[in-house]
Design a binder for this molecule. Structure first.
Ligand code: GDP
Ligand code: MG
Length: 753
């Protein structure tokens, strides 16, 4: 029989009022009604989703009569049928409540998505009586099939044959007792073509075992009396999960269909316990049969029919407490009470354990970041921490955070090292041509170098340092791969040509000759300017090279620190991607400023107010006079200490007037250039440090280090904030689930007290 046929069949069931329904014996027989009531309260709070509560589950082969049995026991018209009727588990709960009503909802399968869960939870039907339920049952089941996406003739868009969602029917009323039963799809052995697959078979088996493996579940093994009990798979399955048979109850259905006398005898042997196959024994009940459907029997009519049947031979000889729905129901409540008593202390400890677990999981998720404010606070906290580390890094206060264990993160030390190297390189190799060292005669060694290395004021720094800097090249290529975003900003590929040319005189001469005008005894200032430009061609590439190095250092610092302080990779990536453009713009600013300083220094007309220029120049000029007089001096033997030289007065005149105009001009150009270059170079390196590095990259208000700050967080719009600090859907769902779980478990513990 198909579902639709079954549904059409149920409509013919004669309505019964609640009042006329079967009444169980007074609950005084329960071992502990208080506890059962508490279990019921827990179920009311949906705690059985987290904590399996004592339950009755009817299991058996297809068409063994499970649904019919549960209808007999609960008075709820279950979906019944010979074929695939029960496509999902149905939980019927009785609840004592002043209001008489039936509430139908769906408990989503735990593995459903949040959207599916929301849709399933939105289903709710409230009915005032069993009559109304009967009237609407077909319609309700059709709706449920749509919600659970079950494929039927009426719902061809459905995707599945079976669902793990649970249909929950709550029967409330002042006389209801504490009984919860679950009807599950029947176990089928053969898969029928077009209807059920091997996958379905596994799913159903899995669902059934999911219910019966819990030791708080009473297994109602439903077996049709008209077939050989021993062939029923369910008994083996029940034994697997309840080896001692402490909670497996055999229920034999369809006694009215047993015809042969030998078959009847076999059933009687089981029920009377003469053939001990189950610890808790067998019960014999008669449910609404196919033929009963045509009768307009209500529940009491059916019970009467059952009663009549059991008065016949051989059933009348069976122990009365083992036959009939009434007896079974009594026993079930009894059993439920026992199981509950046993489970009670365990339930408490389990709830406590689950609560601890849930709280731990919640802690692991960190503070909630759902609302704009929560996200802002979360992000501002991280930004504040970042700024604290930046401050420590600029003050070389490295003991404050373990992030500094990594040496590349020791920012200021690294930057100062790079600036020092830059300064040294500029001093030793920044100029294109060497300046001439004028022989003053202070030294007796005439073969002394003609090249001035006075630029090397401080020779203490060894070549090793430069080598060390050079060996950074390998590091640079790696960095280039690591930070492709920096590629267009930094210039580390082109190494500046570091060799200094020695042909200074020729260069100055050619410079002079090229730009000579008709000046008398002097030279055009243009010569000086272009000579200076020639002398400083390496400044640009050298500066870019070292600024690049510093930018890489800062970038490494920012990313390493961010990565360390962000709890998860997703957050780090989100912050990184949203600050990146601004960060790069700030690097570009610094680089552009450095280029601007180079340009200004090289292209302005050489000028300075620094008095070192004139003292340098005067020293050069003095040196030249000394050099010219060197050959004309003689030793003054009257003074031994210190050694003193004497020059005749008229020789001075000839010595300094003995030069051609051209020589004189060239010497002047050289000396002025040399004095100016030195002043300019120092000024330039200092400016690079102060403006391009310190202000633009380190401590200025717009340095890349100040970007990720609390201020920045406060300026974020809602969307960006959510994109960075918002929780992923799954985290949010998880948090929501945990919050509810914790509240439920706390409530459970309160109830179980
Ligand atoms: P399920 O698949 O295990 O849920 O079985 P159902 O409850 O749907 O029952 C299958 C068929 O057996 C239905 O047509 C029922 O009316 C019928 N049935 C169940 N119990 C009895 C019974 O005790 N006597 C008779 N005659 N028919 C029964
Ligand atoms: Mg069924």
């Amino acid at each position: 029989m198909t579902l639709s046929r079954f549904l059409s069949k149920t409509t013919t069931i004669t309505p019964v009022t609640m009042g006329s329904e079967y009444k169980p014996p007074a609950s005084g027989i329960l071992t502990s009604p208080d506890r059962l009531r508490k279990i019921d309260q827990l179920r009311e709070k949906n705690i059985d989703v987290i904590l399996p509560l004592p339950t009755l589950v009817a299991v058996g082969d297809q068409s063994s009569g499970k649904s019919s049995l549960l209808e007999s026991v609960t008075g709820i018209p279950f979906p019944r049928g010979q074929e695939l009727c029960t496509r999902y588990a149905t939980q019927i709960t009785h609840r004592r409540d002043p209001d008489v009503q039936i509430i139908i909802t769906i408990i989503p399968a735990p593995q459903s998505t949040e959207t599916e869960k929301a849709s399933l939870r939105s289903y709710r039907k409230e009915l005032s009586s069993t009559n109304e339920l009967r009237d609407q049952f077909v319609k309700i089941l059709d709706e449920v099939n749509v919600y659970m996406k079950i494929k039927t003739d009426k719902n061809p868009e459905g995707e599945k044959t079976f669902s793990r969602d649970i249909l929950k029917i709550e029967k409330c009323g002042p006389t209801e007792d504490y009984l919860t039963v679950i009807d599950v799809p029947g176990i089928f052995r053969l898969t029928s073509k077009g209807q059920t697959t091997e996958g379905d078979r596994h799913l159903v088996r899995d669902m059934v075992t999911g219910f019966i493996k819990d030791k708080r579940t009473i297994i109602l093994a439903v077996l049709p009396a008209n077939v050989d009990v021993m062939t029923q798979e369910i008994l083996a399955l029940a034994e697997q999960y309840d080896p001692d048979g402490e909670r497996t109850l055999g229920v034999l259905t369809k006694p009215d269909l047993v015809i042969e006398r030998s078959a009847k005898e076999a059933v009687c042997n089981l029920v009377a316990g003469r053939k001990k196959a189950l610890n808790l024994g067998y019960y014999l009940v008669k449910n609404r049969g196919g033929d009963d459907d045509d009768d307009s029997d209500d529940d009491s009519g059916l019970r009467q029919k059952e009663k009549d049947l059991f008065q016949q031979n051989p059933w009348c000889n069976l122990p009365q407490e083992r036959v009939g729905v009434g007896a079974l129901r009594e026993r079930l409540q009894d059993l439920l009470g026992e199981i509950t008593d046993k489970a009670y202390p365990e339930l408490r400890s389990e709830a406590r354990k689950k609560l601890t677990e849930a709280r731990d999981q919640q802690d692991a998720l960190g503070p909630p970041r759902q609302t704009e404010r929560e996200q802002q606070q979360y992000l501002a906290q991280i930004a504040a921490k970042f700024q604290r580390i930046v401050r420590a890094a600029l003050e070389a206060n490295y003991s404050t955070h373990s992030v500094f264990d990594e040496h590349s993160v020791r920012l200021i030390t690294k930057v100062v090292g790079i600036i020092d190297t830059f300064n040294n390189r500029m001093r030793r190799k920044g100029h294109t041509y060497s300046f001439v060292k004028v022989e003053t005669g202070d030294s007796d060694d005439d073969s002394a170098s003609k090249v001035d290395d006075s630029e090397q004021e401080d020779d203490s720094d060894s070549e090793d340092e430069y080598e060390a800097a050079q060996s950074n090249d390998a590091h640079y290529t790696i960095v280039g791969e690591l930070f492709p975003e920096l590629e267009s900003i930094i210039n580390i590929v082109e190494q500046p040509e570091f060799a200094v040319k020695d042909d200074n005189r020729d260069w100055i001469r050619s410079m002079y000759l090229k730009s000579r005008g008709i000046e008398l005894g002097t030279f055009s200032p243009i010569v000086l300017a272009s000579a200076f430009r020639d002398q400083t061609t390496k400044w640009g590439p050298m500066t870019e090279y070292y600024i690049s190095d510093i930018i890489i250092g800062i970038h490494t610092f920012i990313l390493s620190v961010l990565k360390t302080i962000c709890a998860d990779g997703k957050l780090f990536e989100a912050i990184k991607s949203i600050i990146m453009d601004d960060l790069l713009a700030r690097y570009v600013n610094s680089m552009n400023y450095a280029k601007f300083l180079v340009q200004v220094e090289r292209e302005k007309k050489p000028y300075t107010v620094n008095h070192y220029f004139s003292s340098n120049l005067q020293k050069s000029r003095g040196d030249r006079v000394s050099e010219a007089l060197k050959g004309k001096r003689h030793y003054d033997n009257r003074c031994h200490s210190p050694a003193t030289y004497l020059v005749k007065f008229d020789q001075i005149k000839s010595a300094i007037t003995n030069k051609s105009n051209q020589d004189h001009a060239q010497e002047d150009i050289h000396d002025i250039l040399k004095s100016y270059y030195k002043v300019s170079r120092k000024r330039f390196v200092d400016n690079i440090w102060l403006y391009a590095v310190d202000h633009h990259l380190l401590s200025g208000p717009n340095s890349p280090l100040t970007l990720f700050s609390e201020q920045w967080v406060l300026g974020l719009d809602e969307d960006s904030l959510n994109a960075i600090a918002g929780e992923s859907r799954s985290t949010r769902d998880k948090r929501k689930e945990l919050t509810k779980k914790i509240a439920d478990l706390e409530e459970a513990l309160r109830i179980l007290k």
